[in-house]
Write a protein that binds this ligand. Structure first.
Ligand code: PLP
Length: 408
């Protein structure tokens, strides 16, 4: 019989969101009349704005005509879209040829592992978006910890968790970065909503350079930043072109979680230990195991980067930030300490001394609101709950009203 990739047996426990879905279903089975509101999963809820939607529909219609039909495109994406991304988001610090359009940031995060193989050491912010860890483990980058007594402990041998806590201002101790490894860094952060300052990113780039490590910078929430002093891209920091790949996405900013469109920037300056070009290998990955993003999505992306589309993006992200402000205010009125929500669509609420799953269950039972337990994002998330600002306004207002029951 064929052997299983050992990476799969190294994965610990279930993926966080299926577990939440299971608990939600169990609760509804026991309380069939409960009207649950979800502030849990990070999926968008508002429709695709009209300009972008119209452009996609028009393009899709043209595909049904002889003149308008097109088949495979360039694997790296439409040239016009690559140019526009370089212009709008990187203002000249990145060339169009360094932008690779994809079917989403998560998919690229998975494929990026192919560049480094199984023996690379991986570091993640703790808490972190689960894909960085689980994607690394599947490819074989790490096995689970085993303390020799059969109990193990949370986490994986080859993965360093860099705690991001209130004590360090949600920015990790850079002494702990691996040598010649891979460092995932997400800002604005999912789940904490924290945003690294330019000085902090500068320190991260210097530390990674000194250690010979490569940063995979996830900027999926950059367009939620409202404070003009905060960096939206790692390439705003000197030296980043020689040590960082940046992944980004249209998912959260224009409602493309279902449409699927993202991009990855791989600067030509990046090299492996032997001097080979990382850019050239990424091009090879894209042309070999990826055949380009959907052409309808790419025309939606182009429309999103026209003046009307950019205005729609701003309105949509403002809407979710409005939700975030309501949720954060409701929590703070109960005396709960929170961060995030001001430049990110997530609020990270602290329940000191309590288990995240216990608080999750209490909020579900008393408020009929589904949240995400912080411990699902890593050991340092224990005692926290993530509230997502993705939701219809009336649901968010109702959820905030119900949260008052926590104070009672
Ligand atoms: C939602 C999200 C993404 C986007 O992934 P897509 O595959 O583009 O939908 C990427 N990174 C983080 C941290 C996210 O929360």
């Amino acid at each position: 019989m064929i052997r299983r990739n050992p990476g799969f047996s190294n994965l610990t426990a279930g993926y966080l969101f299926p577990e939440i879905a299971r608990r939600r279903k169990a609760y509804l089975a026991a309380h069939p009349d409960a009207k649950l509101i979800s502030l849990g999963i990070g999926d968008t809820t508002e429709p695709i704005p009209p300009h972008v939607d119209r452009r996609m529909a028009e393009y899709a219609q043209r595909l049904g005509t002889v003149e308008g039909y097109s088949g495979y495109g360039d694997e790296q994406g439409l040239t016009a879209l690559r140019e526009r991304i370089a212009e709008v988001f990187y203002a000249g610090s990145v060339a169009a040829q360094e932008v690779f359009v994809s079917d989403g940031a998560k998919c690229d995060i998975g494929r990026l592992q192919l560049l480094f193989g199984r023996d690379v050491e991986v570091a993640v912010q703790d808490p972190s978006y689960p894909v960085y860890v689980d994607g690394s483990v599947i490819i074989g980058a790490a096995g689970p910890y085993d303390d020799g007594r059969g109990g193990g402990r949370p986490g994986y041998r080859g993965i360093r968790y860099l705690p991001c806590t209130a004590a360090n201002g949600y920015f990790p101790d850079l002494e702990a970065l691996p040598e010649n490894g891979l460092v995932y860094f997400c800002s604005p952060n999912n789940p904490t909503g924290a945003v690294a300052t330019k000085a902090q990113l500068g320190a991260l780039v210097r530390a990674a350079t000194a250690k010979g490590s490569l940063i995979v910078y996830d900027a999926a929430y950059a367009e939620f930043i409202r404070d003009p002093a905060l960096p939206r891209s790692i390439y705003e920091v000197e030296g980043a072109r020689a040590c960082a790949i940046e992944v980004n996405s249209f998912s959260k900013t224009i409602g493309f979680t279902g449409v699927r469109l993202g991009w990855t920037v791989v600067p030509r300056d990046l090299a492996y230990a032997d001097g080979a070009s990382i850019h050239a290998d990424w091009n090879r990955v894209c042309t070999t195991v990826f055949n380009g993003a959907c052409n309808v999505s790419q025309h939606g992306g182009l429309a999103a980067l026209e003046a009307e589309g950019l205005a729609e993006m701003r309105t949509l992200t403002d809407f979710y930030l409005g939700n975030a402000a309501l949720i954060r205010r409701a929590l703070e009125q109960l005396g709960i300490t929170c961060i995030g929500g001001d430049n990110a669509p997530y609020i990270w609420a602290h329940f000191p001394g309590r288990s995240s799953w216990e608080v999750f269950a209490e909020i579900l039972d008393h408020c009929h609101v589904v949240t995400t337990p912080g411990s699902g994002f890593g050991p340092a998330g224990e005692g926290f709950i993530r509230f997502s600002a993705f939701g219809h306004r009336e649901n968010v207002i109702e959820a905030c009203r119900r949260l008052e029951r926590l104070g009672a």
